[in-house]
Design a protein around this ligand. Structure first.
Ligand code: PXL
Length: 277
Protein backbone atom coordinates (compact mmCIF):
# COMPACT_ATOMS: atom_id res chain seq x y z
CA UNK A 1 0.00 0.00 0.00
CA UNK A 2 1.40 3.44 -0.88
CA UNK A 3 2.47 5.73 1.97
CA UNK A 4 1.56 9.24 0.84
CA UNK A 5 1.79 12.60 2.55
CA UNK A 6 -1.20 14.94 2.41
CA UNK A 7 -1.56 18.51 3.59
CA UNK A 8 -5.04 19.52 4.61
CA UNK A 9 -5.89 23.20 5.07
CA UNK A 10 -9.08 24.07 6.94
CA UNK A 11 -10.24 25.49 10.25
CA UNK A 12 -10.21 23.89 13.67
CA UNK A 13 -13.72 23.93 15.07
CA UNK A 14 -12.86 22.75 18.58
CA UNK A 15 -16.33 21.28 19.15
CA UNK A 16 -18.66 20.16 16.37
CA UNK A 17 -17.04 17.27 14.45
CA UNK A 18 -16.16 19.05 11.23
CA UNK A 19 -13.16 20.33 9.30
CA UNK A 20 -9.80 19.40 10.89
CA UNK A 21 -11.19 17.42 13.84
CA UNK A 22 -12.70 15.11 11.22
CA UNK A 23 -10.08 15.28 8.45
CA UNK A 24 -7.06 14.46 10.61
CA UNK A 25 -8.39 11.25 12.20
CA UNK A 26 -9.99 9.97 9.00
CA UNK A 27 -6.95 10.63 6.83
CA UNK A 28 -4.66 9.11 9.46
CA UNK A 29 -6.91 6.04 9.65
CA UNK A 30 -6.49 5.64 5.88
CA UNK A 31 -2.77 5.09 6.41
CA UNK A 32 -1.81 8.48 4.99
CA UNK A 33 0.69 10.81 6.64
CA UNK A 34 -1.46 13.82 7.44
CA UNK A 35 -0.02 17.32 7.82
CA UNK A 36 -2.36 20.12 8.82
CA UNK A 37 -2.54 23.85 8.34
CA UNK A 38 -5.27 25.33 10.56
CA UNK A 39 -6.74 28.43 8.91
CA UNK A 40 -8.65 29.55 12.01
CA UNK A 41 -9.65 28.32 15.44
CA UNK A 42 -13.34 28.48 16.38
CA UNK A 43 -14.88 27.35 19.63
CA UNK A 44 -17.52 25.50 17.57
CA UNK A 45 -18.63 25.41 13.94
CA UNK A 46 -21.00 28.11 12.76
CA UNK A 47 -23.93 25.86 11.91
CA UNK A 48 -26.25 26.21 14.86
CA UNK A 49 -24.18 27.23 17.90
CA UNK A 50 -24.58 30.81 19.15
CA UNK A 51 -21.74 33.15 20.16
CA UNK A 52 -18.81 31.08 18.93
CA UNK A 53 -15.29 32.53 19.05
CA UNK A 54 -13.21 32.92 15.87
CA UNK A 55 -9.43 33.36 15.81
CA UNK A 56 -8.24 34.07 12.28
CA UNK A 57 -4.82 32.51 11.55
CA UNK A 58 -4.36 34.02 8.08
CA UNK A 59 -1.30 36.01 9.23
CA UNK A 60 0.49 32.80 10.26
CA UNK A 61 0.06 31.02 6.92
CA UNK A 62 2.87 32.63 4.84
CA UNK A 63 5.50 32.03 7.56
CA UNK A 64 4.47 28.39 7.92
CA UNK A 65 4.64 27.86 4.15
CA UNK A 66 8.05 29.60 3.92
CA UNK A 67 9.42 27.35 6.67
CA UNK A 68 8.18 24.20 4.93
CA UNK A 69 9.76 25.39 1.68
CA UNK A 70 13.11 26.04 3.42
CA UNK A 71 12.92 22.51 4.84
CA UNK A 72 12.26 21.09 1.36
CA UNK A 73 8.92 19.62 2.46
CA UNK A 74 6.67 18.52 -0.43
CA UNK A 75 3.21 16.95 -0.36
CA UNK A 76 1.61 14.26 -2.51
CA UNK A 77 -1.72 16.01 -2.13
CA UNK A 78 -3.06 19.35 -0.92
CA UNK A 79 -6.69 19.15 0.22
CA UNK A 80 -8.52 22.28 1.30
CA UNK A 81 -11.89 22.54 3.00
CA UNK A 82 -13.63 25.37 4.85
CA UNK A 83 -11.63 28.60 4.47
CA UNK A 84 -12.36 31.92 6.12
CA UNK A 85 -11.49 34.60 3.56
CA UNK A 86 -10.48 35.41 -0.01
CA UNK A 87 -6.91 35.97 1.21
CA UNK A 88 -6.76 32.44 2.60
CA UNK A 89 -7.90 31.15 -0.77
CA UNK A 90 -4.94 32.94 -2.40
CA UNK A 91 -2.58 31.36 0.14
CA UNK A 92 -3.96 27.89 -0.60
CA UNK A 93 -3.26 28.42 -4.31
CA UNK A 94 0.25 29.63 -3.51
CA UNK A 95 0.99 26.68 -1.19
CA UNK A 96 -0.34 24.20 -3.76
CA UNK A 97 1.98 25.74 -6.38
CA UNK A 98 5.08 25.82 -4.17
CA UNK A 99 4.79 22.68 -2.05
CA UNK A 100 3.28 20.05 -4.33
CA UNK A 101 5.60 17.17 -5.13
CA UNK A 102 5.83 15.36 -8.45
CA UNK A 103 2.44 13.94 -9.54
CA UNK A 104 0.76 15.60 -6.57
CA UNK A 105 -2.99 15.99 -6.66
CA UNK A 106 -4.93 19.06 -5.53
CA UNK A 107 -8.31 18.39 -3.94
CA UNK A 108 -10.71 21.22 -3.16
CA UNK A 109 -13.91 20.94 -1.19
CA UNK A 110 -15.49 24.40 -1.69
CA UNK A 111 -17.17 24.14 1.71
CA UNK A 112 -19.28 27.30 1.75
CA UNK A 113 -22.96 26.44 1.22
CA UNK A 114 -25.69 23.84 1.47
CA UNK A 115 -29.44 23.53 0.92
CA UNK A 116 -29.46 26.54 -1.42
CA UNK A 117 -27.79 28.90 1.07
CA UNK A 118 -24.29 30.18 1.87
CA UNK A 119 -23.00 29.32 5.36
CA UNK A 120 -23.05 32.17 7.91
CA UNK A 121 -20.27 34.70 7.23
CA UNK A 122 -19.80 34.11 3.48
CA UNK A 123 -20.77 36.48 0.67
CA UNK A 124 -20.69 36.72 -3.12
CA UNK A 125 -17.08 38.03 -3.09
CA UNK A 126 -16.02 34.84 -1.33
CA UNK A 127 -17.82 32.74 -3.96
CA UNK A 128 -15.96 34.65 -6.70
CA UNK A 129 -12.62 34.04 -4.96
CA UNK A 130 -13.45 30.35 -4.47
CA UNK A 131 -13.96 29.97 -8.24
CA UNK A 132 -10.27 30.64 -8.88
CA UNK A 133 -9.27 27.86 -6.47
CA UNK A 134 -11.89 25.38 -7.63
CA UNK A 135 -11.20 25.79 -11.33
CA UNK A 136 -7.46 25.31 -10.90
CA UNK A 137 -7.80 22.11 -8.81
CA UNK A 138 -7.43 18.52 -10.04
CA UNK A 139 -10.43 17.23 -8.09
CA UNK A 140 -13.34 19.15 -6.63
CA UNK A 141 -16.10 17.93 -4.31
CA UNK A 142 -18.98 20.40 -4.40
CA UNK A 143 -22.51 19.67 -3.29
CA UNK A 144 -25.30 20.81 -5.63
CA UNK A 145 -25.68 24.21 -3.91
CA UNK A 146 -21.96 24.93 -4.24
CA UNK A 147 -21.91 23.76 -7.86
CA UNK A 148 -24.80 26.14 -8.61
CA UNK A 149 -23.04 29.07 -6.97
CA UNK A 150 -19.78 28.32 -8.77
CA UNK A 151 -21.51 28.26 -12.16
CA UNK A 152 -24.32 30.81 -11.73
CA UNK A 153 -26.92 28.06 -12.09
CA UNK A 154 -30.34 28.40 -10.49
CA UNK A 155 -30.60 26.12 -7.41
CA UNK A 156 -33.49 23.67 -7.45
CA UNK A 157 -34.83 21.49 -4.66
CA UNK A 158 -36.01 18.88 -7.14
CA UNK A 159 -34.36 18.16 -10.44
CA UNK A 160 -33.80 15.50 -13.05
CA UNK A 161 -30.81 13.95 -14.80
CA UNK A 162 -30.78 16.69 -17.46
CA UNK A 163 -30.38 19.38 -14.78
CA UNK A 164 -27.44 17.54 -13.17
CA UNK A 165 -25.82 16.94 -16.55
CA UNK A 166 -26.17 20.66 -17.30
CA UNK A 167 -24.57 21.51 -13.96
CA UNK A 168 -21.63 19.21 -14.68
CA UNK A 169 -21.31 20.66 -18.20
CA UNK A 170 -21.16 24.17 -16.71
CA UNK A 171 -18.50 23.12 -14.19
CA UNK A 172 -16.46 21.59 -17.00
CA UNK A 173 -16.72 24.63 -19.28
CA UNK A 174 -15.61 26.80 -16.36
CA UNK A 175 -12.43 24.69 -16.07
CA UNK A 176 -13.18 21.78 -13.72
CA UNK A 177 -11.46 18.50 -14.60
CA UNK A 178 -12.62 15.87 -12.10
CA UNK A 179 -15.82 16.53 -10.19
CA UNK A 180 -17.29 14.48 -7.36
CA UNK A 181 -20.78 15.96 -7.04
CA UNK A 182 -22.34 14.94 -3.73
CA UNK A 183 -25.95 14.73 -2.60
CA UNK A 184 -27.46 13.90 -6.00
CA UNK A 185 -30.90 12.46 -5.28
CA UNK A 186 -33.32 11.38 -8.00
CA UNK A 187 -35.65 9.44 -5.66
CA UNK A 188 -36.92 10.33 -2.17
CA UNK A 189 -35.42 7.27 -0.50
CA UNK A 190 -31.95 7.46 -2.07
CA UNK A 191 -29.16 9.90 -2.70
CA UNK A 192 -25.81 9.47 -4.36
CA UNK A 193 -22.61 10.80 -5.77
CA UNK A 194 -21.83 11.59 -9.38
CA UNK A 195 -18.23 11.11 -10.46
CA UNK A 196 -17.25 13.07 -13.56
CA UNK A 197 -13.74 12.34 -14.76
CA UNK A 198 -13.11 14.67 -17.69
CA UNK A 199 -16.60 14.04 -19.04
CA UNK A 200 -16.80 10.32 -18.19
CA UNK A 201 -19.68 10.14 -15.73
CA UNK A 202 -20.84 7.47 -13.30
CA UNK A 203 -23.44 7.59 -10.56
CA UNK A 204 -23.31 5.72 -7.25
CA UNK A 205 -26.74 5.61 -5.62
CA UNK A 206 -27.11 4.79 -1.95
CA UNK A 207 -29.51 4.97 0.96
CA UNK A 208 -30.70 8.41 2.12
CA UNK A 209 -31.09 8.48 5.87
CA UNK A 210 -31.66 12.07 6.82
CA UNK A 211 -31.26 15.43 5.16
CA UNK A 212 -28.34 17.76 5.84
CA UNK A 213 -26.35 16.24 8.73
CA UNK A 214 -23.65 18.66 9.93
CA UNK A 215 -20.10 17.83 8.93
CA UNK A 216 -20.93 15.01 6.53
CA UNK A 217 -19.38 16.95 3.64
CA UNK A 218 -16.09 17.02 5.55
CA UNK A 219 -16.39 13.35 6.50
CA UNK A 220 -17.06 12.48 2.86
CA UNK A 221 -14.20 14.55 1.39
CA UNK A 222 -11.69 13.27 3.98
CA UNK A 223 -12.68 9.62 3.49
CA UNK A 224 -12.49 10.12 -0.28
CA UNK A 225 -9.04 11.72 -0.12
CA UNK A 226 -7.74 8.96 2.19
CA UNK A 227 -9.01 6.19 -0.09
CA UNK A 228 -7.60 7.90 -3.19
CA UNK A 229 -4.16 8.38 -1.66
CA UNK A 230 -4.30 4.78 -0.47
CA UNK A 231 -4.35 3.74 -4.13
CA UNK A 232 -8.08 3.39 -4.90
CA UNK A 233 -9.49 4.64 -8.20
CA UNK A 234 -11.65 7.76 -8.22
CA UNK A 235 -14.85 5.74 -8.47
CA UNK A 236 -13.79 3.29 -5.74
CA UNK A 237 -12.78 6.15 -3.44
CA UNK A 238 -16.09 7.94 -4.10
CA UNK A 239 -18.02 4.75 -3.22
CA UNK A 240 -16.03 3.95 -0.09
CA UNK A 241 -16.49 7.52 1.12
CA UNK A 242 -20.25 7.30 0.46
CA UNK A 243 -20.61 3.97 2.30
CA UNK A 244 -18.58 5.29 5.23
CA UNK A 245 -20.62 8.52 5.43
CA UNK A 246 -23.90 6.57 5.42
CA UNK A 247 -22.57 4.44 8.27
CA UNK A 248 -21.56 7.55 10.25
CA UNK A 249 -25.09 8.95 9.86
CA UNK A 250 -26.63 5.61 10.88
CA UNK A 251 -24.54 5.60 14.05
CA UNK A 252 -25.82 9.09 14.89
CA UNK A 253 -29.51 8.98 14.00
CA UNK A 254 -31.84 8.42 16.88
CA UNK A 255 -29.78 10.68 19.17
CA UNK A 256 -31.30 14.16 18.85
CA UNK A 257 -28.80 15.54 21.40
CA UNK A 258 -26.09 14.87 18.82
CA UNK A 259 -27.45 17.36 16.23
CA UNK A 260 -24.12 19.11 15.50
CA UNK A 261 -22.10 16.36 13.81
CA UNK A 262 -21.84 12.63 13.15
CA UNK A 263 -20.31 9.94 15.34
CA UNK A 264 -17.69 9.11 12.72
CA UNK A 265 -15.26 7.76 15.33
CA UNK A 266 -17.49 4.72 15.82
CA UNK A 267 -17.33 3.91 12.10
CA UNK A 268 -13.55 4.28 11.71
CA UNK A 269 -12.93 0.53 12.11
CA UNK A 270 -15.38 -0.08 9.23
CA UNK A 271 -13.56 2.53 7.09
CA UNK A 272 -10.26 0.79 7.74
CA UNK A 273 -11.86 -2.52 6.74
CA UNK A 274 -13.35 -0.97 3.57
CA UNK A 275 -9.84 0.09 2.62
CA UNK A 276 -8.63 -3.47 3.17
CA UNK A 277 -6.10 -2.39 5.81
O1 PXL B 1 -18.49 21.52 7.75
C1 PXL B 1 -18.14 22.71 7.17
C2 PXL B 1 -17.73 23.73 8.18
C3 PXL B 1 -16.41 23.82 8.56
N1 PXL B 1 -15.98 24.73 9.44
C4 PXL B 1 -16.84 25.59 10.01
C5 PXL B 1 -18.19 25.56 9.69
C6 PXL B 1 -18.65 24.60 8.75
C7 PXL B 1 -20.06 24.53 8.39
O2 PXL B 1 -20.90 25.22 8.87
O3 PXL B 1 -19.03 26.40 10.27
C8 PXL B 1 -16.33 26.62 10.97
Amino acid sequence: MPYKKILTIQDVSCVGQCSLTVALPILSASGTETCILPSAVLSTHTGGFKGYTFRDLTEDIPGIADHWEREGIKFDAVYSGYLGSARQIEYVKDITRRLSGENAVSIVDPAMADNGKLYVGFDEDFVQAMKSLVFSADIILPNITEACMLTGTEYRESYDKAYIDGLLDSLESAGASTVILTGVSYRPETTGVLVDENGKRSYYEHKKISKGCHGTGDVYASAFAGALLGGRTLVEAARIAADFTVLCIEKTQGDPAHWYGVKFEQALPDYIRMLGL
